[in-house]
Design a protein around this ligand. Structure first.
Ligand SMILES: Nc1ncnc2c1ncn2[C@@H]1O[C@H](COP(=O)(O)OP(=O)(O)OP(=O)(O)O)[C@@H](O)[C@H]1O
Ligand SMILES: [Mg+2]
Length: 342
């Protein structure tokens, strides 16, 4: 969705660096894992922004830093006009109501010792949102129903539910405080393909009904293509391309985006056989020591192939910034060029 409204969430120059400690008694800091390394993004009211990228590129760290679950090293996160970076737990508490997170692993993120009722009721109790026991029961019942579970089963424990049902419990808990934004960190990646669609449909339905906005983190591009209004592509701690969904899939301009898309199988076997795959060579560089200039250059098919030495020099020395490639479309490559790969 392209919109002229103000973003509900605006992230600028976000950094999350984890110190690397040396050996020995003093445990001196000898370096830093730059998991998020200068990240900008905007989330608009009512939209789904997909955030994609390879394992280890910093997607989850971005989600946690936005919610202040792991405080940012630097940068700014403005949510509904308020700066979140630098707030302590107590200051965050009232804001927590409006921005919630759903984690990938519904096995690890739900307390196995609590029945579902307590899991869903906990945020309501902590924030004192219900006036008595009867209202609490009614609220939990309605939340559990909202996510498509049987409200008669709230005395059961997480282990008694399937993966998909557990993820629904996680969603019910996240919805308890009536948030405006959900950060969904790979909400269906741990689920069987056969039950992913049900949870995705639920999320789409909830978004419409409750007027939510989603930052939807995933590595499965077909899921992202289905659910997102816009897509942001992340590489080694930074956003390297953002565009409205169809624009990104039809006219990717960054060589990394092009390579990611070229790995999606085409439904037509004839086209599939004749299409060219762009193979990304080599491993992801260490986020403790990202390459100079363009951080993608060590794996870039353009850098390895068609560029002249003078052009390569720029990739080696000058860090590319996100620049406009069309309406709502930006990418960070000195030699960006829209190319159809799907
Ligand atoms: N608490 C931590 N301490 C040190 N390094 C960390 C910590 N958490 C994450 N990292 C490192 O930060 C980088 C980004 O990790 P992150 O989990 O954010 O990636 P991701 O994109 O979510 O990956 P995945 O797709 O596998 O979930 C990785 O190199 C990871 O090892
Ligand atoms: Mg992750």
């Amino acid at each position: 969705m392209t919109t002229t409204r103000e973003p509900i969430l605006s992230v600028r120059g976000l950094e999350k660096h984890f110190p690397i400690k040396g050996g020995g008694l003093l445990q001196r800091t000898v370096g830093a894992v730059r998991a998020v390394d200068g990240l900008d993004l905007d989330l608009y009211p009512g939209e789904v922004l997909g955030l994609v990228g390879e394992s280890g590129c910093g997607k989850s760290t971005t989600g946690r830093a936005i919610l202040n679950l792991q405080p940012a090293t630097a940068g700014s996160v403005v949510f509904q006009g308020r700066e979140l970076v630098g707030l302590d737990r107590k200051q965050m508490r009232p804001l927590r109501r409006d921005i919630q997170i759903v984690f990938q692993d519904p096995y690890a993120s739900l307390n196995p010792r609590l029945p579902v009722f307590d899991i869903v009721a906990e945020p309501l109790i902590i924030h004192g949102l219900t006036k008595d026991e009867a209202e609490l029961r009614e609220r939990v019942r309605s939340l559990v129903e909202t996510v498509g579970l049987n409200p008669e089963h709230t005395n059961r424990y997480p282990a008694e539910f399937s993966g998909g049902q557990r993820q629904r419990i996680g969603i019910a808990r996240a919805l308890a405080l009536e948030p405006k934004v959900l950060v969904l960190d790979e909400p269906v990646s741990a689920l069987d393909v056969s039950i992913q669609a049900g949870v995705i449909n639920l999320l789409e339905d909830l978004k419409e009904r409750l007027g939510l906005s989603y930052l939807f983190i995933a590595h499965d591009l077909s899921v992202v293509r289905h659910i997102s209004d816009r897509v942001a592509v992340m590489y080694l701690g930074k956003i390297i391309e953002v565009a409205p969904r169809d624009e990104l899939f039809d006219r990717p301009t960054h060589p990394y985006t092009q390579a990611l898309l070229s790995a999606i199988p085409l439904p037509d076997p004839r086209l599939e056989r004749s299409r060219k795959r762009i193979i990304i060579t080599g491993d992801v560089p260490s986020p403790a020591n990202p390459p100079s200039g363009c951080r993608f250059r060590t794996r870039c098919q353009k850098f390895a192939g068609e560029l002249t030495d003078t052009q390569r020099e720029k990739c080696l020395t000058v860090e590319p910034l996100l620049e406009s490639r069309g309406t709502g479309h930006t990418s960070a490559c000195h030699y960006a060029e829209a190319t159809k790969v799907l």
